[in-house]
Design a protein around this ligand. Structure first.
Ligand SMILES: NC(=O)c1ccc[n+]([C@@H]2O[C@H](COP(=O)([O-])OP(=O)(O)OC[C@H]3O[C@@H](n4cnc5c(N)ncnc54)[C@H](O)[C@@H]3O)[C@@H](O)[C@H]2O)c1
Length: 363
């Protein structure tokens, strides 16, 4: 194995996929400004989850460009590799909502699995000279802790945990992780994989728990909680995740996997209760007002009980640790959504409302 000091990667031109989504847009907003000498090309299909409004702060930056397209479109992806001279891929694009994967799994296989393989194929051909300098290129695959399945009351996921995906979403992500490792093993593609816990922060589409709770509380609509609300997730601020990706991309050992987590476990009910109290506080409502909106709904089929990450490897190897305390991060997030109601209203369009009504209101 080459020593990590000799494989520090210096991105020159980065293909960011899914950069108009939640994590991708936060990543671009940080990195385009942090690295003015690096070029960033954002390839995004602009599904319901992608929104160029997220990126207005950098849309005119000299080192940023947007291309609308599908990561599974082999001709487009090959043409981009041929004409842009990418040194680096940071692959976020995905269908990302577990509930939608239960309703319509094929879109998840198409984007998450086929799309990833399409990008890997383009990279392995475009980077044919990679053996000359193993530090020159890097394919960074952004994945999830959901590939490891569900924990009981104890224990943590680590880099050694066996895969056990249990939803169509996590199965499609697990398949993509396996393909990324297969390309490293078979073709020597320089890859990095991160598996991260649940993210929260600005620009998250309001079908996901935290913005959904804030939006519904704001509009005094029912706040749905699956089952009894005792499922546990480990929450990490999206800026901390983006900074972990940046560190792993540059200094991570090629071929290695890093688990990223917030050491911030909460049951859904505890989290929702805390968020509703904060909404009441910010909006000046009497304490406890929004708690009355909590509505327990039929549990998600196959709902994983608990996810929790042991991020020791990332901390020890690369010195990363979260900068946000859970309390500060969640409070800042509530404030962000309440300060950005036009964003919430704009993404909460007719198609989403129809979906929301189908998912929750009928239960
Ligand atoms: N959100 C989380 O808590 C979390 C945690 C760990 C890992 N991840 C992973 O991080 C990545 C980003 O997640 P997110 O929450 O930002 O997702 P998101 O749903 O908010 O955004 C996905 C983006 O990908 C784009 N996209 C979808 N299909 C595409 C296609 N075929 N071609 C090009 N673009 C396409 C969408 O338009 C959107 O902009 C995903 O790979 C997800 O599995 C997410």
């Amino acid at each position: 194995m080459t020593s990590s000091s000799s494989v520090i990667h210096h991105p020159a031109c980065v293909l960011v996929t899914g950069g108009a989504g939640f994590i991708g847009s936060n990543f671009l907003l940080r990195m385009v400004r942090r690295y003015p000498n690096v070029q960033f090309v954002n390839l995004d299909k602009l599904t319901y989850a992608g929104n160029l409004m997220n990126l207005t702060a950098i849309e005119d930056a000299h080192n940023y460009q947007f291309v609308q397209g599908d990561v599974a479109d082999a001709a487009l992806v090959q043409e981009l590799f041929a004409t842009r001279g990418f040194t680096t891929v940071v692959h976020f694009a995905a269908e990302s909502h577990v509930d939608r994967s239960i309703l319509a799994p094929l879109a998840f296989v198409q984007t998450n699995t086929m799309g990833t393989v399409t990008l890997l194929e383009a990279a392995r051909h475009a980077w044919a000279d990679r053996d000359d300098d193993p530090a020159r290129y890097r394919f960074f695959h952004v994945s999830t802790d959901e590939v490891f399945g569900s924990l009981g009351d104890d224990g943590f996921f680590s880099e050694e945990t066996a895969y056990d995906p249990r939803s169509p979403y996590s199965a499609s992500k697990a398949a993509s992780d396996h393909f990324v490792r297969a390309y490293a093993h078979t073709y020597g593609l320089p890859v990095s994989i991160s598996n991260c816990s649940n993210n929260y922060g600005p620009y998250q589409f309001p079908e996901k728990l935290i913005p959904l709770v804030i939006m519904n509380a704001l509009h005094e609509r029912p706040v749905p909680i699956y089952g009894k609300g005792d499922n546990i997730r480990d929450w990490l601020h999206v800026h901390d995740h983006c900074d972990a990706i940046d560190v792993i991309l540059r200094r991570g050992t090629p071929g290695e996997t890093y688990l990223v987590g917030g050491n911030n476990e909460r049951s859904n009910l505890d989290l929702v209760t805390m968020l509703l109290d904060q909404v009441d506080e910010v909006l000046g409502r009497p304490a406890g007002t929004s708690q009355q909106l909590i509505t327990f709904v039929k549990d998600r089929p196959g709902h994983d009980f608990r996810y929790a990450i042991d991020a020791t490897h990332l901390r020890d190897a690369l010195g990363w640790q979260p900068q946000y305390s859970p309390e500060d991060g969640l409070r800042a997030t509530v404030n962000w959504y309440l300060d950005n109601q036009p964003w919430l209203d704009a993404v909460n369009d007719a198609s989403y409302r129809a979906y929301y009504e189908q998912q929750y209101a009928a239960r």
